[in-house]
Design a protein around this ligand. Structure first.
Ligand code: GDP
Ligand code: CA
Length: 343
């Protein structure tokens, strides 16, 4: 079975860990920092023998810092599935130290609001060095994944530069800021008037993206941000159409539970595109042209008839990714709904 998942950062990565568990129960621990010659590691790749999972990752959050190319969402997926994530934070490396950041600060060199730890820096140095040598981001991502063995094929949505900017207005005036400045420095507290995926219209899907969508047996939208993660991926010319025209059923899981995001500030960017923060409104935002099935949390069971009236088959079940088993149950429900709506 070939599964394609369009993923952002933390929500997407945690869902993928549950999906891997659902398709290959007890598929072995991720390799983490283990030496890649360690014999235990070979078990992990068995996941792909049974089911092939291709992840199309958001790169609209990418940012250049200190001369380095940082891809937060790709790295969150890679570290989470590879056993290197800081579990509490949900992003960045486990057992991280911050010497480089402190040294930069001593030089008065910022920005200091974006957290880059020492171990994480190494990833961005390797990536930047390979890009400078002429490798496309997709090849660089594959090379980084050779260490982490995420057990999925991780593709950036595009090899071309796409950067989400947010049009805001505050005491400093009306201006467009980089998504990370809006999200991390301003904590989405400044009203957003528009979300602009700069460069998207001239971007091309990365090699393998359209093929994976066309050949998929199931396409899943995990509980990722519908605007700045999945929305940005769909903004790359060709991807939305490929998903809409794919033979495979498309099933999504709501990132909005009980009228609010489970974590983060998705409500702010939904408001900026005129979408209410409800499980029903997000389903309608994607629409029946894209979605065949939609899962909402039991807290939103009331929304089921309205989503179905909009032409999307809908079921309610617990959607909190509290641990891997709970998340695996969500993934199994998504695959079951895909079977139900197929054909
Ligand atoms: P980001 O790039 O780190 O923001 O991550 P994503 O785009 O993948 O997704 C973040 C979204 O996941 C947010 O809108 C959250 O509301 C949602 N989310 C996080 N944890 C959960 C959970 O346990 N259940 C559900 N249903 N949604 C979640
Ligand atoms: Ca993100």
């Amino acid at each position: 079975m070939r599964i394609v998942v369009l993923a952002g950062g933390i929500g997407g990565a945690r869902f993928l860990r549950g999906l891997k568990e659902a398709v290959t129960p007890g598929g072995g621990p991720p390799p983490g920092d283990a030496d890649i010659t360690d014999t235990n590691v070979t078990d992990v790749t068995d996941v792909t023998d049974v089911t092939d999972i291709t992840v199309i990752g958001n790169t609209g959050d990418d940012i250049h810092l200190f001369g380095l190319k940082v891809c937060p969402d790709l790295d969150t997926v890679m570290y989470t599935l590879g056993g290197g994530i800081n579990e509490e934070q949900g992003w960045g490396r486990a057992a991280e130290s911050w010497s480089v950041k402190e040294e930069l600060k001593a030089y008065g060199v910022g920005p200091d609001w974006f957290g880059l730890g020492d171990r994480d820096f190494a990833t961005h140095i390797v990536r930047t060095q390979m890009l400078a040598a002429g490798y496309p981001l997709s090849a660089v991502t594959e090379a980084l994944c050779a260490r982490w063995q995420p057990g999925v094929r991780l593709l950036p949505m595009s090899d071309d530069r796409v950067e989400t900017h947010v049009l805001v207005e505050d005491g400093e005036g009306r201006r467009a800021v980089h998504f990370q400045e809006y999200w991390v420095r301003l904590r989405a507290e400044v009203p957003a008037q528009a979300i602009l995926p700069v460069g998207a219209e001239d971007a091309a899907p990365a090699p393998g993206v359209l093929e994976a969508i066309a050949e998929a047996d199931v396409i899943l939208f995990p509980p990722s941000n519908p605007v700045v993660s999945i929305g940005t991926i769909l903004a790359v010319p060709g991807i939305r159409q490929a998903v809409a025209e794919a033979d495979a059923p498309v099933v999504g899981l709501s990132p909005i539970v009980g009228g609010a995001p489970v974590r983060g500030m998705a409500d702010k960017v939904l408001a900026a595109v005129g979408v209410e923060s409800t499980a029903e409104a997000v389903a309608r935002h994607y629409g029946p042209g894209l979605l065949d099935g939609w899962l909402v949390d039991t807290a939103d069971a009331d929304a089921v008839p309205a989503v179905e009236a909009a032409g999307i088959v809908c079921r309610a079940l617990p959607l909190m990714m509290t641990d891997v088993q709970a998340t695996a149950a969500m993934a199994r429900a998504a695959l079951a709904l895909a079977e139900e709506v197929r054909g």
